[in-house]
Design a protein around this ligand. Structure first.
Ligand code: CP
Length: 333
């Protein structure tokens, strides 16, 4: 039997519980090795392509570091829109086909929805979606779930509220799809009416029998949930200036303040995929800076967990079919 090359495009490919538990156990091992200054050279001689057509701090730096910590080298560009031949109008498909023999794996972020699936369709080496437009960000969802498991010791039977830009948030979509497949989770989607759950997500959650509620009343749910997953307004996808101002204004009443953080239940946490908007990013901070030091604020730990989860995932994909977890990755939907 010919083994298909595995790609990570969408979290619906990762819903096998054995995959999640195995990956998180491996991420624990990676964390232990990094914290104890152990050198892992398992993938020496391999080369990771790192193509970022859209800005990134966390995803790019933790992927690059993860590759290096496994002994692999990284080659790529963090401004592929201007510094690659995309600038001259080359298609994504041509760019990838022209260089894929240089690499063992491709990690790509792109501003267009569906770009990840286009890449995975033509590549004959493993591919990881590091975020494609408003569509998906699967490795963010994995590190989010890993953080939840670290805190609660489980990934099911939890109440999670997503707050903010539900309509355009790829991190929300990716994590909500994963949580919907795990037993007894209850999801709350809290947003201004203009940024509520898109129809395709609602239909998917209904089809899967997920328990979820949509509301614009943050204070009605804040004391009920284990996890408050806050997201920024994705202003870069809003073209109309007057619409942008209206959305920014409507976002203000959802800000997580110290008082709201105090109103959460015992043991609950505040997560955020980061970055948080500032006046510089044409936005209003969805989490007040005073909350950064609140004991419930987990977002910096969450972000740093990206290193261990991405090390584990690169290890699986660079090892290939001889790694049992590789064979638990489902087909791209
Ligand atoms: N969360 C996240 O994807 O952050 P970056 O855009 O900095 O990679």
């Amino acid at each position: 039997m010919i083994q298909m090359v595995r790609h990570i495009v969408d979290t619906r490919q990762l819903k096998d519980r054995r995959f999640l538990e195995g990956l998180f156990a491996r991420a624990d091992e990676m964390k232990h090795a990094v914290e104890n200054k152990q050198v892992i050279r398992k993938h020496e001689g391999k080369i990771v392509a790192s193509l970022f057509y859209q800005p990134s701090t966390r995803t790019k730096m933790t992927f690059d570091t993860a590759a290096k910590r496994l002994g692999a080298e990284v080659i790529g560009t963090e401004n592929a829109r201007e510094f690659s031949s995309a600038f001259k109008g080359e298609t994504l498909e041509h760019s990838l086909l022209a260089v894929q023999e240089c690499f063992d794996i491709v990690v790509m972020r792109h501003d267009k929805d569906g770009a990840a699936k286009r890449a995975a369709t033509i590549l004959n080496i493993p591919f990881i979606n590091a975020g494609d437009g408003k569509n998906q960000h699967p490795t963010q969802a994995l590190l989010d779930l890993y953080t939840i498991r670290q805190v609660f010791g489980r990934i099911g039977s939890l109440k999670i509220a997503f707050v903010g830009d539900i309509a355009q948030g790829r991190t929300i979509k990716s994590l909500a799809y994963l949580l919907a497949h795990l037993q007894n989770n209850e999801l709350f989607f809290v947003s201004p009416p203009q940024l509520k759950l898109p129809e395709d997500m609602r239909a998917y959650l209904i089809e899967k029998g997920a328990k979820f509620l949509e509301t614009d009343d943050l204070d009605a749910v804040i004391s009920l949930v284990d996890v408050l997953y806050v997201t920024r307004l994705q202003w870069e996808y809003v073209q109309d200036e007057s619409q942008k101002n209206l959305l920014q204004e409507s976002y203000r009443k959802y800000q997580i303040t110290h008082e709201r953080a105090n109103n959460m239940k015992d043991g609950s946490i505040i997560m955020h995929p980061l970055p948080i908007n500032t006046s510089k990013s044409e936005g209003f901070p969805e989490i007040a800076s005073e909350v950064d030091n609140h004991p419930r604020a987990l977002y910096f730990r969450q972000s740093n967990n990206g290193l261990y989860v991405r090390m584990a995932l690169l290890d699986v994909l660079l090892t290939g079919p001889s790694d049992p977890l590789y064979n638990l990755i489902l087909d791209v939907p």
